[in-house]
Ligand binder design. Sequence first.
Ligand SMILES: Cc1cc2nc3c(=O)[nH]c(=O)nc-3n(C[C@H](O)[C@H](O)[C@H](O)COP(=O)(O)OP(=O)(O)OC[C@H]3O[C@@H](n4cnc5c(N)ncnc54)[C@H](O)[C@@H]3O)c2cc1C
Length: 478
Amino acid sequence: MKPSLPYDSSTLSIWHRTTRSFPHLHANHFADVPASAKYLIIGSGISGVLTTWKLVESGIEGDEILIIEAREAVSGASGRNAGHIRPDAFRGFSGYASYHGPEQARKILENEKRVMEDIQDFVKTHNIDCDFNLTTTFEVCFSDKFAKEAADAFEAYKRAGGDVDPVRFYEGEEAKARTKVPGALCAYEWTAASNHPGKLVQWILNDAIKKGVKLWTHCPVTKVVKHQSSEDQFRWDIHTPRGVVAAETVIHCTNAYAAYLIPELSQFITANRAQSHAFIPRYSLSGEYRLKSTMALRYDVGSFFSVNPLLNGTIIFGGTGIRSLSENPEAPSGFMNTFDDTSYSNLIAGTATREFNSLSREAAEVPLRHGEGLDHAWTGIIGMTPDSVPLVGPLEALEGQWICAAFNGHGKFPCTFVLVIAGLIFIFFTGMAGIFRCAPGLVKLILGQTWQDTGLPECFQISKERIDRFKEPIKSSL
Ligand SMILES: Cc1cc2nc3c(=O)[nH]c(=O)nc-3n(C[C@H](O)[C@H](O)[C@H](O)COP(=O)(O)OP(=O)(O)OC[C@H]3O[C@@H](n4cnc5c(N)ncnc54)[C@H](O)[C@@H]3O)c2cc1C
């Protein structure tokens, strides 16, 4: 797959549509870039913005930092996800263990738990208006096969010393009653949250700008090369259509697009498009009958839908009709490994609508009122790695360059969200949330602390050895 810059004219998510007045959306759109910056951050998603904020919090002067963004501010996955903050409580254990061993798998899940606490603290401490809703989430099992798979993962995590006490388990009628899902065989419940990701990232960006950080939008970085003059401290020249910035430290927060500037990663990071939907619920899922917890509706190991009821009653619905899609000869082709987030699939939207309707109690023949039902659909690009964990740390051969990218898992790891690509199924974990620990960890490394100080699982660390392990092109199948 050829690396790419972000596409122009990307779809607007529900979060973009409701924050069009963000004052820094098009910051410095027509200005030439500054000649130099001590710290240059590429990408204005949660990785870039939180890394910036943490640098400032650690004592770096705001005006020493420049963020460069290819499109409008927060236009990548951070502004177009499903708004779910759903740390994996046990489900990914077996998958992670098969790649990274049980100890790392346990650390990955423990890290997920701390993510939840860190986001909650951050939002509360700064009183951020981002529709943060601390609630619970259900893992709803629809098949015996899936129920067994979940039970095995639960037991394996417990045997490895994982803390499963916060996870509650329900069966039969109790599962149906608690989840309000008629077909539930059993369900697991633990603490999770939902939020308006656009508002959260914009708040952090705005706060950084107030502290002197500079932002250049609509300005793709096209290459990073050795600085031409050896007489000053700058090590890198960052090329853009509006000039060249000389920088001492370059931090790649470019998620799925990272390989465009770091070709060594072109076989390691795969871009995949995911689709999300906003539904306006009918009578049976609104008012006092609204859903209060988020959910993953699990039909099979690779077959599920994510449900995120927002505080205003809108329900964000991810995932797809996996089986029907894979059996459908007209499943969208060319949907695999694309950087194209300029449109969405009607087929996937239709499947999501059918599944969403099955949650409502209204009889099928009762027509929707105008304004009810599917309100909006959008897509976004996910950066996936073959070992399902992100890339964090220094780029060894490029002194002064760092990365914090590729926030997903895929393949067999049955976690929170699902992506169907030409009939194949990928599942990934709560990417945005995880960045709340990775970005602060990266800042510690940049400022001279050790990996141990970051508290992150060792398997997140970027290394040549890790990249070389996956030299063959990534196969897009389970
Ligand atoms: C549809 C969808 C649903 C999701 N649902 C959830 C969910 O419910 N919960 C969850 O936790 N996670 C979810 N995720 C994943 C989550 O959104 C991402 O893991 C996270 O936002 C990644 O943040 P980031 O800052 O690393 O990347 P991004 O937000 O993608 O930011 C990268 C930025 O870099 C910019 N950029 C790239 N290349 C260049 C360049 N050369 N020059 C300048 N700028 C550049 C891009 O334009 C972009 O703005 C979802 C993702 C999608 C697409």
